[in-house]
Design a protein around this ligand. Structure first.
Ligand code: C5P
Length: 402
């Protein structure tokens, strides 16, 4: 694949061990004809030399905001806008925090604040730093602003720990860059439309340490939110607990329980469409204990369950004026998929049901095979990736809302 128009990126190399992968990334980009102008932060210089970066990129490497000669030739504002895309590799916890907070205390952060171009980051840090509430809040802020995120991967880390935090491989970053540069040819036909997507499982507490949950990974719902945002929609993703990066350009409302999910969904209205992709727990424990339940020797224990509110049904029966024009539900069935799903559509009052046969190992996987049921009948889609299902569904939603 070679880019159709000559493109260039501004590559910001942050201070982390993973900075060496930036060198491999430059080689991949150059081989495909993408221009690379690089900025190495002071931290980045501890890991890669501007000399090696310049040798691979074939361009002058920038390292300091106050290079006065350079400032006269090319102001930092211009540098931040000359490229088609700004890419941060590795995005350290500190760089992410500065980006989220709008700091501009060196060349890299100044460029990131001054740019009018898309930004893509490849985070890399210790697993605890990645999981820290501060980093996750910064991540949510950045993605809601439209910053693209690739990785991090899960695996062994340079610090000896294991978990998410290892930077994505250069090939994956390269693919994400090419997708952004080429724009994927996706039309912006949902611009001006507001869409709420529910996704992931819900956790229903039994006591402070235990909960009832289900196997939803949130992958399909996240992919739908991303596909809708790519077409220009303003997307609110109401998500139960998942281990996924929030998609770029999407506002995420994290929730735990079905009741919280209902409240967050209703608070996100009015909207043009609501897509209920969450696997909501049908029941919750009637009186969740305030203290950890103790094992009573030999004795059994019963939990009294009460039904949770049905978010899809609640939204579907809102009075006209309040009801979104399009309400879409999902149906995970293991048998007689179309019959059960059609009945569900009638019962809940939604416009479409996207039915899938979960007897075929859909949970947590990357593929799905769905049937879309509306008042005109059932439309069978072949087995495809969850991203492809999301894109096809987003296209159908765009047509319905046009
Ligand atoms: O009844 P069932 O759980 O199979 O219905 C699935 C559909 O209903 C999904 O779209 C799901 O997001 C939605 N749902 C909901 N609130 C519930 C249960 C299901 O929105 N409490």
């Amino acid at each position: 694949m070679t880019v159709s128009q000559p493109k260039s990126i501004l590559l910001i190399i942050g201070g982390g061990v993973a900075a060496y992968k930036a060198l491999l990334l430059i080689r991949l980009l150059k081989a495909r004809g993408v221009g690379v102008r690089a900025v190495v932060t002071a931290g980045g210089e501890q890991f890669v030399t501007p000399l090696s970066v310049g040798a691979l990129s074939g361009e002058k490497v920038f390292t300091d905001l106050f290079d006065l000669t350079e400032e006269a030739e090319m102001g930092h504002i211009q540098l931040s806008r000359a490229a088609d895309l700004v890419v941060v590799v590795p995005a350290t916890a500190d760089l992410m925090a500065k980006m989220a907070g709008g700091h501009a205390d060196d060349l890299a952060t100044t460029l990131l604040l001054a740019t009018d171009k898309d930004v893509l980051i490849a985070p890399a840090m210790n697993v605890r730093m990645w999981d820290h509430a501060a980093t996750q809040a910064n991540l949510a802020t950045l993605t809601a602003r439209g910053v693209g995120v690739v990785g991090p991967d899960e695996g062994d880390m340079a610090c000896g720990e294991y978990g998410p935090g290892r930077m994505a491989e250069p090939e994956a970053i390269f693919d994400a860059i090419m997708a952004r540069l080429e724009g994927n040819g996706v039309p912006r036909d949902l611009a001006g439309k507001r869409i709420v997507v529910t996704s992931g499982p819900t956790h229903e507490p039994i006591d402070p340490v235990r909960y009832i949950a289900n196997r939803s990974s949130g992958k399909q719902g996240n992919a739908i939110a991303a596909a809708l945002a790519a077409r220009g929609a303003e997307v609110v993703l109401v998500s139960g607990p998942v281990r996924l990066n929030p998609p770029a350009g999407v506002t995420v409302q994290g929730v735990e329980t079905a009741r919280e999910m209902l409240a967050a969904t209703m608070a996100a209205l009015p909207a043009d469409a609501v897509i209920c992709a969450a696997a909501v727990a049908d029941y919750r424990v009637a009186d969740a204990a305030d203290q950890k339940l103790k094992k009573a020797d030999g004795a059994g224990r019963s939990l009294t369950l009460v039904e949770n509110p049905d978010i899809l049904a609640t939204v579907s029966v809102l009075p006209s004026g309040e009801r979104p024009r399009l309400v879409v539900g999902f149906a995970a069935e293991t048998q007689d998929v179309i019959a059960y799903a059609s009945a569900k559509r009638e019962r809940k009052g939604c416009d479409w049901i996207v039915a899938n046969d979960v007897s075929q190992g859909v949970f947590g996987g990357d593929e799905n095979r769905v049937t879309v049921i509306d008042d005109a009948g059932a439309e069978d889609w072949p087995r495809m990736g969850k991203d492809a299902v999301a894109e096809k569904l987003a296209e159908r939603i765009a047509r319905a809302l046009a």
